[in-house]
Design a protein around this ligand. Structure first.
Ligand SMILES: Nc1ncnc2c1ncn2[C@@H]1O[C@H](COP(=O)(O)OP(=O)(O)OP(=O)(O)O)[C@@H](O)[C@H]1O
Length: 116
């Protein structure tokens, strides 16, 4: 599986993204929220720096959700039983997504304020 072409590796990454969108309803929620934000800011036309921050926020929330989904999937595969430590690990993964989402909402509101 080593030394495969860049195109092949890109295909794996795109497959991973669409698998997460298909399997995870939270990923679809983040996708819908990002689409709404892009449409709103395309209409409001904030400065280029705000666009950079908005794109960064969208990428960070998606990346956090992908990490969360990948690790949850791995954990459930390796240890399907209920365990208090797994609860803590999954809760911390959920907290990671929450931290990025709250930051994204705050930056979105500031970008909105900058357009007024
Ligand atoms: N094996 C387990 N042992 C203990 N607690 C668990 C276990 N699996 C899940 N939990 C608890 O349930 C919560 C939700 O876990 P789940 O795997 O359903 O994640 P989710 O991403 O919220 O689910 P979904 O994406 O299906 O809505 C976790 O944050 C954790 O508190």
């Amino acid at each position: 599986m080593k030394n495969q072409s860049f195109i092949k590796k890109l295909t794996y990454a795109v497959d991973g993204f669409f698998y997460a969108v298909k399997q995870e309803h939270n990923m679809r929620r983040h996708l819908a929220a990002a689409l709404l934000a892009v449409l709103l800011f395309a209409w409001l036309q904030p400065a280029a720096l705000w666009w950079a921050l908005i794109v960064l926020c969208i990428a960070l929330v998606w990346a956090a959700e992908l990490i969360n989904s990948a690790l949850e999937g791995l954990i459930d595969h390796l240890h399907p039983q209920i365990h208090p430590q797994i609860k803590h690990v999954k809760d911390m993964l959920a907290a990671m997504v929450l931290v990025f989402s709250v930051a994204a909402v705050i930056i979105g509101l500031l970008a909105l304020y900058s357009c007024l």
